[in-house]
Design a binder for this molecule. Structure first.
Ligand code: OSB
Ligand code: MG
Length: 368
């Protein structure tokens, strides 16, 4: 497979509601999309990086730079037999997982298009539907959060995750439990705490949470291990797991019992499959996280979540949750039982891409 043409689109999309985490608020997103072409076929990838380096060290600009100046020129010279070989091309680049991942996604989609195989089949996904969970940002007050939770429960989302930060944690969880004692509930701190805040987690430990996601710093596997020894609620790592080696070390040191796999955070689908293999061997449950993806990234996440060890509800919500503009067809709809269908009738991502819509949302378009 030789790449004939690469086009980078920068699109602008407004979120229906601002999404607030412990590291900041997102209201509008500039989203980088990669289009690879070969033999008349198209492959698409979505970059999840945000404007600033708050979730990880990557940004839209850093991704654009790494893709334009390194990844694409190297990819142009290659002749790939299968998508997994892509890792050999970009191996030399340290870090920059999101940049590597979005081009890799386009390679997988393109390979699926050329060979008329869905991504679900390519990764050997086993499920026809996946459990959808919802991630609720920090709200202006408890009643606003409560109404969002009640809506999520009504829509049959399989579990509710709330974002926490100092001042919006134990008391909020306590109040949710007063209203919903049985709700499958978890919290995500996005690294807002340090080990000295242990008391907060000892307090949260009493509320029957499914897990506590990324309580401490992304580089701090050791303190996560210390914290996990003191609480019975499983710790789930997100930001800390940037590749399969991070996953292995975190599991070995018992820094977590669950991993949130975001294919974009670990450098792509191939690395995701390695983590999946490890998790199967060590019996560690996985779920697929999200980064407010549009349809392209969402379709990729759905295919990945169909893998066997992705046993817990995912941060993959219905297509209408974040945006009013849609670049894929059909968009993902929530089934009555709180699941999403994994597309397998069409090749690659399994959905059709609306290129006219992408063009209309594009603020910049560049042929590489
Ligand atoms: O930590 O999981 C996170 C969104 C942006 C950045 C980080 C995170 C999130 C979410 C949203 O929780 C998940 C989704 O896409 O629905
Ligand atoms: Mg998270």
């Amino acid at each position: 497979m030789k790449i004939d043409k690469t086009v980078l689109f920068l699109t602008k999309m407004k979120l229906k509601n601002p999404f607030r985490t412990s590291f900041g608020v997102t209201q509008e997103r500039d989203i980088l999309l990669v289009n690879l072409q070969s033999e008349g076929y198209n492959g698409w990838g979505e970059c999840v990086a945000e404007h600033g380096p708050w979730y990880s060290g990557e940004t839209i600009s850093s991704c654009k730079h790494i893709i334009t100046d390194y990844i694409v020129p190297w990819l142009k010279k290659a002749d790939l037999e299968n998508p997994s070989q892509y890792q050999e091309i970009v191996n030399k680049i340290k870090g920059n997982q999101m940049a590597k991942a979005c081009v890799e996604d386009a390679v997988w989609d393109l390979y699926g298009q050329i060979n008329n195989v869905s991504l679900k089949e390519l990764v050997e996904g086993e499920k026809d539907t996946i459990p959808a969970g919802i991630s609720l940002g920090i709200q202006k007050d408890f009643n606003t959060l409560l109404s969002k939770i009640s809506q999520a429960v009504e829509n049959k989302y399989k579990r509710v995750k709330i974002k926490i930060e100092p001042g919006w944690d134990v008391e909020i969880v306590k109040q949710i439990r007063d209203h919903y004692p049985e709700l499958l509930l978890m919290v995500d701190a996005n690294s807002a705490y340090r080990i000295k805040d242990k008391e907060i987690f000892l307090a949260l430990d009493k509320y029957n949470l499914m897990m506590i996601e990324q309580p401490l710093q992304y580089y701090d596997i050791a303190d996560h291990a210390k914290l996990q020894k003191e609480i019975s609620t499983p710790i789930c790592l997100d930001e800390s797991i940037k590749n399969v080696d991070d996953a292995r070390v975190a599991i070995e040191l018992e820094a977590c019992k669950i991993i949130n796999v975001k294919p974009a955070r670990v450098g792509g689908i191939t690395e995701t499959l390695k983590i999946h293999q490890l998790a199967e061997l060590l019996k560690v449950p996985l779920w697929c996280g999200g980064m407010l993806e549009t349809g392209i990234g969402r379709a990729k996440n759905v295919a990945v979540a169909s893998l066997k060890s992705f046993t817990l509800p995912n941060d993959i919500s219905e297509g209408e949750r974040y945006y009013t503009d849609f670049i894929i067809d059909p968009i993902f709809k929530l089934n009555e039982d709180g699941t999403l269908d994994v597309p397998s009738n069409l090749p690659g991502l399994g959905v059709s891409i609306n290129e006219d819509k992408i063009n209309s949302l594009a603020t910049d378009k560049k042929k590489l």
